[in-house]
Design a protein around this ligand. Structure first.
Ligand SMILES: Cc1cc2nc3c(=O)[nH]c(=O)nc-3n(C[C@H](O)[C@H](O)[C@H](O)COP(=O)(O)O)c2cc1C
Length: 484
């Protein structure tokens, strides 16, 4: 496209639309009543680094959306990373350094207030990706975090994650062609997420899945931003990236992030990836024993303070530092497991993490892809309901105690015939139930035939919020700590 004459173009815009040239709406200033004379009004809102703007209107339908200037490029950021649709009271969590259009539903509309405030969260950088909100929404299978939740988190500046575990369970041919059904469903969910957001979207692929290699390849081919991989050591992950780059003659940019539970695992993976593939992990998620789902700890380690996230985090930071020094690039550590408040986020960032991963809190959001019955189980759960089970996957897992778990412990659950062959480590002859079936039932709210995985903090959850409300409340709490 030929270079635009920016001043001339702006002049044309000024004539066509209301423009407040260079107006600086500074933090704290609340111009009372801004009149928008057209359905499409053009403002120059000059925001600085890390500032966000929030629109308030008495008529809630007034501001339909804010559209970034379509023709001018924004230095340093990708123009396509703007959230396209905003609620009237929603914050634009991106910097706007140039004119933007405000689309209103009424011909004559009034904004009562525009507020600019600085965003206290530091950005989380994973290679060339930058999340303004340093929160990764943990991948949650089966079907708990799909494109709905992942895109909502990405639209708030965080990293949204689709869980690949048994993602094809709702495909009609899953029993006949489990591999094809899972790969098709993964591709569909990635595409759906892409339609809803231009933010950062990842997938979570457990090493223990029989379809691990094909899932990783499918995610990369569909240009996923990041792959998170745990429940085993993902020792070969860069191989699939390299192979695909060679086969397709294309430079795929997917970032590879192992989920680990110890400093030793970080060192083993980094050494193996470097020696075999000349690839340094793009980041690590360190998941402590308070997390939900499968845990990378022995049962006796879970309550042992020596394995707490607060103890493990400095060890992992120290273990990764020599690699950062030698290769001259940052390998961010993302702390997970029991992170609940903005204060927690602040504490882990102070301890050397670059971001946090959260699961439990994202379950109780409107956008979470699980049935309301699943979310209600979280709200009803008391602290003492969180229990450790022996998962058929061969690892301990944390779940909300219920009648199904009681029956399984008493040997009352019925044997089953395996049709999915989903997990490499599952001993189908001995296991008392099919973990895939049980988690799928739970996701559909049929908790009498299954159970819900949960984090240790599930007892603290008491209401369902939107992802926007959750992230803004975490940010406020974080800000309160920063300001002392
Ligand atoms: C319902 C549920 C399902 C989960 N499923 C997975 C999964 O499929 N793969 C995975 O790596 N982690 C899984 N996790 C772990 C989360 O991604 C996250 O790291 C963890 O829950 C963080 O701890 P928190 O819940 O205390 O925030 C799951 C957690 C929950 C609560």
């Amino acid at each position: 496209m030929p270079a635009l004459n920016v001043p001339l173009f702006s002049l044309v815009l000024s004539v066509c639309f209301q423009r407040i040239p260079g107006q600086r709406i500074s933090a704290g200033a609340s111009p009372s009543k801004i009149f928008l004379p057209f359905c499409l009004s053009c403002f120059k809102i000059d925001l600085g680094e890390g500032e966000v703007i929030q629109f308030f209107s008495e008529e809630s339908a007034d501001v339909e959306r804010i559209v970034q200037h379509p023709f001018l490029s924004l230095p340093g950021t990708s123009g396509s990373r703007y959230p396209p649709l905003l609620r009237p009271d929603a914050a634009v969590t991106r910097d706007i350094h140039f004119p933007c259009w405000i689309v209103t539903s009424n011909f004559l509309s009034e904004l009562t207030r525009l507020e600019v405030f600085s965003m206290p969260f530091p950005a989380l950088r994973v290679g060339c990706l930058e999340a303004k909100t340093p929160i990764v929404q943990g991948g949650m299978g089966v079907g708990i975090s799909l494109s709905g939740l992942a895109s909502a988190v990405a639209n708030e500046g965080g990293i949204g994650v689709i869980a690949a575990a048994m993602i094809g369970m709702t495909q009609p041919d899953v029993a006949q062609n489990p591999l094809e059904a899972n790969l098709r469903a993964l591709k569909e969910e990635i595409q759906k997420a892409r339609q809803k957001t231009n933010g950062i979207v990842g997938v979570n692929i457990m090493v223990a899945l029989t379809t691990f290699a094909q899932m990783v390849r499918t995610a990369i081919e569909n240009r996923i931003d990041i792959i998170f991989s745990g429940a085993g050591l993902p020792l070969d992950m860069p191989k699939y990236l390299r192979e695909l780059c060679e086969e397709k003659k294309e430079e795929f940019k997917t970032k590879l992030v192992p989920i680990i539970s110890s400093a030793r695992a970080a060192t083993v993976i980094a050494k193996k990836w470097l020696s075999h593939f000349d690839y340094l992990p793009d980041a690590f998620v360190l998941e402590g024993p308070k997390a939900g789902g499968h845990l990378g700890f022995k049962p006796e380690e879970i309550e042992n303070p020596a394995f707490s996230l607060d103890v493990l985090l400095p060890q992992v930071v120290d273990a990764v530092k020599p690699f950062e020094d030698k290769y001259g690039r940052a390998v961010p550590i993302i702390a997970a497991g029991g992170v609940y408040t903005g204060e927690d986020i602040h504490r882990y960032l102070q301890m050397g993490a670059s971001g946090v991963q959260m699961g439990t809190r994202f379950v109780v959001t409107h956008e979470c892809d699980a049935d309301d019955g699943f979310k209600q189980a979280f709200i009803n759960a008391k602290a003492e309901d969180a229990t450790i089970i022996n998962s058929p996957v061969g690892m301990p897992g944390r779940a909300i105690y219920n009648d199904f778990i009681r029956q399984a412990r008493e040997g009352l659950t019925k044997p089953f015939k395996c049709i999915f062959h989903c997990v490499k480590t599952c001993n189908q002859e001995k296991t008392p139930y099919c973990i895939a079936r049980v988690l799928l039932n739970a996701m559909h709210g049929r908790l009498e035939h299954g159970f819900a995985f949960c984090g240790a903090n599930v007892g603290r959850v008491d209401s369902i919020l939107s992802v926007h409300e959750l992230i803004r409340s975490l940010e406020k709490e974080y800000d309160a700590v920063v300001k002392g």
